[in-house]
Design a protein around this ligand. Structure first.
Ligand code: 5GP
Ligand code: ZN
Length: 115
């Protein structure tokens, strides 16, 4: 599995940076965003280092499907009952700040800070 020693999210996967985990399996990790926009704001990431959605190849399609499929289960488990948003920022023009593929999943009662 590929890792980038300088990547913040690879360090979270390795346990070198602490995070508040919401879910983990051999392929995926979910943790709460350090700067939440919404009452519930988690990031779903693959454990392997894929820099952006732009780099995704055909071999990653099942992984992407699992990320999307996990979102409603997480929201239910975290008590979200009235809808949620999923968001993947890609590259500089997509305003991606952390170059390790991640899907934001945000829910909970409005108003939200943004989004
Ligand atoms: P992006 O703009 O790349 O789509 O979103 C990156 C997200 O990662 C931001 O919402 C930011 O708050 C979150 N983030 C950045 N560094 C850390 C960290 O060390 N821990 C956690 N839990 N979230 C982080
Ligand atoms: Zn990484």
């Amino acid at each position: 599995m590929s890792h980038d020693p300088n990547c913040i999210f690879c360090k979270i996967v390795a346990g070198q940076i602490p995070s508040k985990k919401a879910y983990e399996d051999p392929e995926l990790l979910v943790f709460h965003d350090i700067n939440p926009w919404a009452p519930v704001h988690v990031l779903i990431i693959p454990k392997q280092h894929i820099a952006t959605h732009y780099e995704v190849q055909a071999e990653h399609e099942a992984l992407l499907g699992r990320m999307l499929g996990l979102a409603p289960r997480l929201m239910r488990d975290l008590g979200v009952v009235n809808g949620f948003r999923t968001l993947i920022n890609t590259g500089p023009d997509g305003r991606q700040e952390v170059p390790h593929l991640h899907m934001h999943v945000m829910g909970g009662p409005r108003p939200w800070l943004k989004g």
